[in-house]
Design a protein around this ligand. Structure first.
Ligand SMILES: Nc1c(C(=O)O)ncn1[C@@H]1O[C@H](COP(=O)(O)O)[C@@H](O)[C@H]1O
Length: 183
């Protein structure tokens, strides 16, 4: 398993996926965690192709110090739900779009969990949000991390305000609310 190079602490987030072909989507979760300096591990764990290893991963993750699992899969995406069934940890599911489908298949496979086995599901290919949600979950018990999340939210706000300014400049004469015009 690979671990974030930036931290000497053990991984606290497990990023797993059904295949290495999911990585181009899933690496956005890793990038978000890097931005918050959260150590993670990343690997392929397929419910369909490696059922025993998948169960072992899910059963052992909490005892190894993992606090949140991000699981991405495409098509018949059973991995996030099966992991959620064997771990007490929060599982965030990422639907991965495949070449011949738009990802609705994996979205529905992941989101339609039976009562009692929750998977927090992000949008199709929404791996960045999965990483950010993991950061928020970890921030519940980490004031410093919560502070960094607030800064991140302020940056988002600044960027959105800039977008408003740019749009108002382009549409001169059209009425706007003027959010962000004071800064
Ligand atoms: N959905 C699953 C599971 C699973 O849920 O256990 N294992 C692999 N897969 C998905 O199969 C797709 C094609 O995989 P390959 O590219 O290896 O053929 C990937 O998107 C993977 O997540």
């Amino acid at each position: 398993m690979s671990t974030s190079a930036e931290s000497s602490e053990g991984p606290v987030v497990g990023i797993v996926m059904g295949s290495d072909s999911d990585w181009p989507v899933m690496e956005a979760a890793a990038q978000a965690l890097d931005e918050f300096e959260i150590p993670y591990e990343a690997d392929v764990v397929s419910a369909h192709r490696m059922p025993r290893e998948m169960i072992a991963y899910g059963e052992e993750a909490a005892d190894r110090g993992i606090k949140v699992i991000i699981a991405g899969a495409g098509g018949a995406a059973h991995l996030p739900g099966m992991l959620a069934s064997v771990t007490p940890l929060p599982v965030i599911g990422v639907p991965v779009p495949l070449k011949h489908m738009d990802g609705m298949d994996s979205l529905l496979s992941i989101v339609q969990m039976p009562a009692g086995v929750p998977v927090a599901t992000v949008s199709v290919a929404g791996a960045r949000n999965a990483g950010l949600l993991a950061a928020r979950i970890l921030g519940v018990h980490d004031e410093e991390l919560r502070g960094r999340m607030r800064e991140f939210q302020q940056e988002l706000n600044d960027q959105a305000s800039e977008k408003g300014k740019r749009l108002r400049a382009k549409t001169e004469g059209v009425a706007g609310f003027g959010f962000g015009s004071g800064s």
